[in-house]
Design a protein around this ligand. Structure first.
Ligand code: COA
Length: 312
């Protein structure tokens, strides 16, 4: 028995912070930010729980189901609203979900981790999962530090994953971590993100290329078989370097980072939801997801797009 994404949604805070705003108060420029990162603006505000609820509602509506139809909620986040309980508990309650909920932290690779975990847990008890990636990185970013402030934004994206259909949903996946890289990118409790940008950049490109080569190889696929690539939205230059090496054209790639910045766990589901809303996905399309983040973590998966879930 397979599964399928039957609904999707996203949420961005109303407040938009443009590069011009940073230019006015930090030693930086729109030209520097756009040429080094591809980011033009980012949305900032709200809590992780609020954004997760908004994206969750939108995904439930898109799938045509209610909260009570959800048996499993997995919330990928690096910025939970409290140390305890998990942010997913409040989201589960507000959305009126059934079954259980838990948070998952794999930094910017979190959503792909959550999707793979949810897919494995779908069974007779858990027939429908709501998988959300939500983060408010602006809360842990020093807004006076030009080297990190310009990079991050807040947001959430969500999908409903339903058991049903004959086809495998995840054709192949690769999840990994290298904890020895922790000093390169971290935030202590109560502190701000510290990052060795150039080294993170170098390792991110390498990790993503290797991970994508693994999932394509495991599924017996070539780059040409992929209808849409949804990469983690950290830096346009990282995406371009990976695409060039793997052989995926930019017009088959989902990009939202120019408008969102790096939204961590939210970035892949946000880009996926925008692509689906734009009609860029058709039944049966193979979609490649790939992300990397603090840890360093990485995660890639090839999934089959299609709305044939249990209720359809
Ligand atoms: N505006 C202007 N100058 C800036 C700046 C800004 N916003 N941020 C940094 N600089 C300066 C640096 O201070 C440095 O100056 P120096 O040479 O006088 O010391 C110079 O620009 C070059 O810095 P460097 O870090 O080498 O630049 P870069 O080309 O590597 O680009 C990043 C910096 C952060 C954009 C890039 O390294 C990157 O994207 N790394 C990956 C980050 C990431 O994706 N993190 C999240 C992972 S999930």
């Amino acid at each position: 028995m397979g599964s399928a994404i039957t609904g999707w949604g996203d949420a961005l805070p109303e407040r938009v912070v443009t590069n011009a705003e940073f230019e006015a108060r930090l030693d930086t420029s729109d030209e520097w930010i756009v040429s080094r990162t591809g980011i033009r603006e980012r949305h900032v505000g709200g809590t992780t729980g609020e954004l997760a609820v908004k994206a969750g509602w939108a995904a439930l509506k898109s799938a045509g189901v209610d909260g009570t139809d959800i048996d499993l909620l997995v919330l990928a986040t690096t910025t939970p609203d409290r140390a305890a309980p998990a942010t997913s508990a409040a989201v589960h309650d507000t959305l009126g979900c059934s079954g259980t909920a838990f948070d998952l932290n794999a930094a910017c690779a979190g959503f792909v981790y959550a999707l793979v975990v949810a897919d494995h847990l779908l069974d007779k008890t858990h027939r429908r999962a709501l998988v959300i990636g939500a983060d408010t990185l602006s809360r842990i970013t020093d807004q006076e530090d030009r080297s990190t402030a310009v990079l991050f934004g807040d947001g959430a994206g969500a999908v409903v994953l339903e058991r049903g259909g004959a086809d495998d949903f995840v054709l192949s996946y690769d999840l990994g971590v290298d904890g020895s890289a922790t000093p390169l990118l971290y935030a202590d409790h109560g502190g701000y993100i510290k990052m060795a940008g150039r080294e993170v950049y170098r390792r991110a490109v390498r990790a993503e290329i290797l991970s994508i080569e693994r999932v394509l190889g495991d599924a017996g696929l070539g780059a040409d078989d992929i209808a849409l690539f949804v990469p983690h939205q950290a830096n346009a230059r990282i995406i371009e370097a990976v695409n060039e090496r793997i052989g995926i054209p930019m017009d088959k790639t989902a990009i939202v980072l120019d408008r969102t910045g790096n939204t961590s766990s939210a970035s892949i589901p946000l880009a996926l939801a925008h692509a689906a809303d734009a009609g860029r996905l058709s039944e049966g399309d193979l979609v490649l997801l790939s992300g990397f983040g603090a840890g360093m973590t990485w995660a890639s998966a090839v999934i089959r797009w299609g709305r044939r879930g249990a209720g359809r």
